[in-house]
Design a protein around this ligand. Structure first.
Ligand SMILES: Cc1cc2ncn([C@H]3O[C@H](COP(=O)(O)O)[C@@H](O)[C@H]3O)c2cc1C
Ligand SMILES: O=C(O)c1cccnc1
Length: 364
C-alpha cells in the first residue's frame, strides 16, 4: 500500500468491492420462478432483484430503503470555451436552491421519500453553510481541460476520497440505496470527454447538446472534446489519470461514491450522462463495481447510450429527460424497491395454493 492516506482509502475501497454472489443470484432466480405469476412476467424487474441479491450475498436482499441522493456540485474551467449557454454562477445558485428544497431533484426526492445531501466538491464560489450541504471543496472549479489537465492527481484523489466518505457516511446512517446526483455548468462537456476516453468512441458520437445548444455551439463542443482527447493522448492510461486530464471534481467524487456504495454492498442508482461517465471511471478502477449499479434512466444525451451499453446496464425509465441532478434515478427508485419487495412479500404457488400451470403441464 502507498503511504498517502487518500490512495490507501481508494485501494481499500476497491479491494472491498464484492464479486456478485452466484448462489444468492440462483436463489433469487429460483424464488422468482416460484412466485404467483407466470415465469419472467416481471421482465427487467426480475433481473434487478436478482442482481441486488448477488450484491447483498443473500436472498432476499435487504429492501433498498431508506434511500439518499447525493448531489455533487462543481465548476468547470472548460466553461471558458463557450460550451454551455448558461453562466457558471448557476452552479452556486442551484446549490442554494437545493439547500432550500426548490429544485426538481428536491421535489422528486420528496415524492419518493429520499433524503437529499448536497456536496460541494468544487464550486467556484464561497457557499454559505446550509443544512444538508457538505463542504468538501477540493478546488474552486477545474482548470480548462482543453488547455491542459483539468485536475492534479492530488485533487482527483481528494475528490474520489470525498465521494467514498459520503457513501460510507450515508450507509452508516442506515441508507440502503444511494442515488447519484450532480450539478455543474459545463459538466456535459467533461462527461463527453470521459465517455470517449473510456469507451474509445469518437467525440462526435458521444457529445450531446447538454442544457440545449444550437448547431454552431454543438460543433464547437465536439471540437473541444476532440482536441482535448488528442492533447491528452486519450483513450488510454490509468483511470485516475483520465479523470485528472478531462474529468470534473464531481465526476471524481461520483466515482468514489459509486465505489464506496459497492464496497458496502449498498446498491447505487445511477442518474444520467454525468453519473454514467463517473461509473465508467469507477468500472475502469474496479470492474466488479458494475454489479452494484442500476441505471435509473436513459438520458437523451448520445454519450449515455454508449455508456450503458459499455457497462452492460439496462436503464429502467426512458422519459427523454436531460436534466441531471439525480432526477432520472429518483424516478426509478420505486421500481428498484418494488423489484425487491416482490422477493420479500409475494406468495409462492405452494403457500397460496395456486396451481402452477407450468409445472403441472410438465408432469402431464
Ligand atoms: C437551471 C439549471 C438547473 C440544472 N440542473 C441540472 N443541470 C444540468 O445541466 C448542467 C450541464 O449542462 P451543460 O453542460 O450544458 O452546462 C449541469 O449543471 C447539470 O447538472 C442544470 C442546468 C441548469 C441551467
Ligand atoms: O441527461 C443528462 O444526464 C443531462 C443532460 C443535460 C444536462 N445535464 C444532465
Amino acid at each position: 500500500m502507498s503511504s498517502d492516506p487518500m490512495s490507501d482509502l481508494i485501494e481499500r475501497t476497491v479491494a472491498a468491492v464484492p464479486r456478485p454472489d452466484e448462489a444468492a443470484m440462483r436463489d433469487a432466480r429460483a424464488h422468482q420462478d416460484r412466485l404467483t405469476k407466470p415465469r419472467g412476467a416481471l421482465g427487467a424487474l426480475e433481473d434487478v432483484s436478482v442482481r441486488l441479491a448477488g450484491l447483498a450475498g443473500t436472498c432476499p436482499p435487504p429492501l433498498p430503503a431508506p434511500a439518499a441522493v447525493a448531489i455533487f456540485a462543481a465548476d468547470h474551467g472548460v466553461h471558458a470555451q463557450g460550451v454551455s449557454p448558461w453562466p457558471q454562477e448557476v452552479t452556486a445558485q442551484m446549490v442554494a436552491n437545493f439547500a432550500v428544497g426548490g429544485a426538481v431533484a428536491n421535489a422528486f426526492a420528496r415524492q419518493v421519500g429520499a433524503e437529499v445531501v448536497v456536496v460541494d466538491v468544487g464550486v467556484a464560489a464561497d457557499l454559505p453553510a446550509a443544512p444538508g450541504l457538505l463542504d468538501r471543496k477540493v478546488a474552486r472549479g477545474t482548470a480548462d481541460l482543453s488547455q491542459g489537465p483539468a485536475m492534479t492527481a492530488e485533487q482527483v484523489r481528494r475528490a474520489v476520497a470525498a465521494g467514498i466518505e459520503v457513501a460510507g457516511g450515508l450507509a452508516d446512517a442506515g441508507h440502503r440505496c444511494l442515488i447519484t446526483g450532480d450539478m455543474g455548468i459545463a459538466n456535459t462537456t467533461a462527461s463527453a470527454a470521459l465517455i470517449a476516453a473510456f469507451t474509445g468512441l469518437p467525440a462526435e458520437r458521444v457529445t450531446g447538446r447538454g442544457t440545449g445548444i444550437d448547431d454552431t455551439v454543438h460543433a464547437r463542443k465536439i471540437e473541444v472534446v476532440r482536441t482535448a482527447l488528442a492533447r491528452h493522448g486519450l483513450p488510454g492510461g490509468d483511470p485516475l489519470d483520465v479523470l485528472a486530464a478531462v474529468g470534473g471534481l464531481e465526476h471524481a467524487a461520483l466515482a468514489g461514491f459509486i465505489l464506496g456504495a459497492a464496497a458496502r454492498r449498498v446498491p447505487v442508482l445511477l442518474d444520467g450522462v454525468i453519473a454514467g461517465a463517473a461509473a465508467l471511471a469507477a468500472a475502469a478502477l474496479c470492474p466488479d463495481v458494475v454489479a452494484a449499479c442500476v441505471a435509473g434512466h436513459r438520458s437523451v444525451e448520445p454519450g449515455h447510450a454508449a455508456t450503458v451499453e459499455h457497462l452492460g446496464l439496462r436503464p429502467l425509465v426512458d422519459l427523454e429527460l436531460r436534466l441531471g441532478e439525480g432526477t432520472g434515478a429518483l424516478l426509478a427508485l420505486p421500481l428498484v424497491q418494488s423489484s425487491v419487495r416482490v422477493l420479500h412479500e409475494v406468495a409462492t404457488f405452494d403457500s397460496a395454493g395456486v396451481s402452477d400451470k407450468e409445472s403441472r403441464s410438465a408432469i402431464d
